[in-house]
Design a protein around this ligand. Structure first.
Ligand code: GLY
Length: 585
């Protein structure tokens, strides 16, 4: 069955692998030295270790750490430090991250929450005007108001303290040096800067970094230095993340955020000093013969991925294949059902009660029974999951907007430890405010701007110290109790669909890991079916419209980076829609 559908998928998406029309192809980036295999449309195969990340320079430092016998967490530190330099629009020291970790020695799975927090001075009205109306999205994003307490530096340092095997300062050294010497601006960074000129030019220090004196944007291939970032990392190398949470870099961040004239923020030194990385149990769901595990609240990732897959457990997707609109009708409806629950119930459960039964198989079977054959459902309300021992609350519907951004990397080290980490400063270039050579996040706009809807409180409203709901879905799969795959993606709230699509492509339709990552996307969150422009997915427009869907053909810019694990080998996959590569040995 799986082979049959692999053949059908190849027929639909191209005989040499999925076809991608206008999509960017993977950069053919050779490693600087050594013989490491590199992903170029086929999965990279290796035996000892593997990394897949969104930028070749970042993947390369991760490879080097792993090649020196470093732990997956060592590689994570080096990769994140480098991403903050070479892919500054997506993640960095000014942002937050979620990390799912499998520890090979103890055979245990856990997760770490390095999500930003709302300042202690924030109120539910943070993104409302004097009349109680929601601000326009970018009026809220650009400036200090949207800046939450960064979590990434503390996550890096805490993970190294707990698991690291190589010297902390050595892990930061490659990014320190490259920031001082200059790196080659990638096509994606150059294009992103040019496209965001108006917002990026708003603050002179940010504009000075990304634009020349004549106002022209930094260009692809240009060498860009960042002495301030090099200095920040040097201080971190000497003193750990305390330079940000209790030291001079943090003081400068707070002063900058609070003093922005047109849109000041509330972040304070107390917010930084009290910030904590939280360890949380993984959230898992069974899908076919796999256990799919990821990040629970404040991320909606694992719960929403889990609900979609849990609903689809009630259908045989393998009988269809990726070219069949019937398959996408089921996937789209399962996704709409899950997003309805997400919009009502999912938020930072340290602050608001949440139903306990969101992944109960009986509940998801009831939700699956709402799906009608070959036909779009009308309105999709949230369900009535079991609250368990928690006192139930009537929540209003959330109106948070999440636009695509972010970065994901997957790492398997030589000892079998696995890191699946999604990392972000939220919007591309975050708040557009820079301090210490890095951009500060706008993560607080992942909260609902409204705090009440129809007289009911919204679970994901702003509250002091609370973490905004995320869609980030760093995932680790298990089969027969053994780790099988690490995967995740950027993409705002479409992250969830991108991860689900790749898992279904691999598990139900038998595509190999690289083909699964490359499969053209179809994503439905709230009713409209998004189809990936320039790909064979467009051929499903007419049949989906005939079922009653409104269809929107558009860029669907995932950045799936995955590693598959077997007894004998590792397979790495990188999404050709971005610039990433997989490297292994
Ligand atoms: N800001 C993107 C996310 O957390 O999902």
């Amino acid at each position: 069955m799986l082979l049959k559908h692999l053949a059908m998928a190849l027929a639909l998406f191209g005989s040499a692998g999925p076809a991608f029309g206008a999509l960017q192809q993977a950069d053919s980036v050779a490693p600087e030295s050594g013989s490491a295999p590199v992903a170029q449309g086929v999965a990279v195969q290796a035996e000892q270790f593997m990394i897949s990340a969104a930028n070749p320079l970042a993947a390369r430092v991760g490879y080097d750490v792993l090649n020196r016998g470093g732990h997956a967490m060592d590689a994570m530190v080096a990769v994140q430090a480098m991403l903050g330099l070479v892919e500054p629009q997506s993640s960095g020291l000014g942002g937050g991250a979620f990390l799912v970790y499998y520890d090979a020695a103890t055979k245990t799975l856990t997760t770490f929450d390095g999500r930003e927090t709302a300042p202690l001075n924030a109120t539910p009205e943070l993104f409302q005007n004097a009349q109680g109306e929601s601000l326009k999205f970018f009026d809220a994003v650009v400036g200090g108001r949207s800046v939450g307490t960064p979590g990434t530096p503390k996550l890096m340092h805490a993970m190294h303290t707990r698991y690291g095997e190589l010297d902390w300062s050595e892990l930061l050294a490659p990014a320190i040096e490259l920031a001082a010497e200059g790196f080659e601006v990638s096509p994606r960074l150059a294009a992103s800067v040019a496209a965001d000129k108006d917002r990026l030019s708003r603050y002179p220090d940010t504009a000075r970094y990304f634009f020349h004196a004549d106002g022209s944007p930094i260009a692809e291939g240009e060498i860009l230095t960042n002495a301030e970032y090099s200095q920040t990392l040097t201080l971190m190398a000497q003193n750990g993340s305390d330079v940000i949470y209790k030291g001079e870099i943090g003081k400068a961040i707070v002063a900058r955020v609070q003093s922005i004239e047109d849109n000041p923020g509330l972040l304070s030194e107390i917010d930084l000093a009290s910030y904590q990385v939280k360890e949380r149990p993984a959230v898992c769901v069974e899908y076919r013969q796999f256990e799919v595990c990821g990040m629970g609240p404040p991320s909606s990732g694992a719960l929403t991925v889990g609900q979609i897959l849990g609903v689809l457990n009630n259908f045989d997707l393998a009988q269809y294949g990726p070219e069949d609109p019937e398959a996408w009708q089921l996937i789209g409806e399962a996704s709409r059902l899950a997003f309805a629950d997400r919009g009502r119930y999912m938020a930072d459960s340290d602050f608001v009660p949440m139903p306990q039964g969101l992944l109960d198989s009986d509940y998801l079977a009831q939700r699956a029974a709402l799906i009608q054959p070959s036909k779009v459902m009308g309105a999709v309300p949230a369900g009535e999951p079991n609250w368990g021992k928690v006192v139930s609350v009537e929540y209003g519907l959330d109106d948070a907007i999440e636009l695509p951004s972010t970065s994901h990397f997957s790492i398997v080290d030589g000892a079998g430890n696995i890191v699946s980490m999604t990392t972000t400063i939220e919007n591309g270039f975050g708040s557009r405010v820079m301090s210490g050579g890095f951009l500060l996040n706008n993560e607080l706009t992942d909260f609902s701007f409204s705090s009440y809807k129809d007289g009911q409180p919204i679970a994901n409203r702003v509250e002091p110290g609370k973490r905004p709901r995320s869609s980030m879905s760093p995932t680790i799969l298990f089969r027969d109790g053994e780790p099988y795959m690490a995967i995740g993606s950027p993409g705002g709230s479409r992250i969830i669909g991108y991860v689900v699509n790749a898992l279904i492509a691999h598990i139900d339709w038998g595509l190999d890991i690289q083909q699964a990552v490359e499969l053209p996307h179809l994503v439905n969150r709230f009713g409209t079916y998004d189809l990936e422009a320039g790909t064979s997915a467009e051929s499903l427009q007419a049949p989906l419209e005939a079922m009653g869907y409104k269809v929107n053909v558009r860029d669907l810019n995932s950045g799936l980076h995955a590693v598959q694990i077997s007894d004998t080998k590792l397979l790495g996959a990188a999404d050709p829609r971005r610039e990433g590569i997989a490297l292994g040995e």
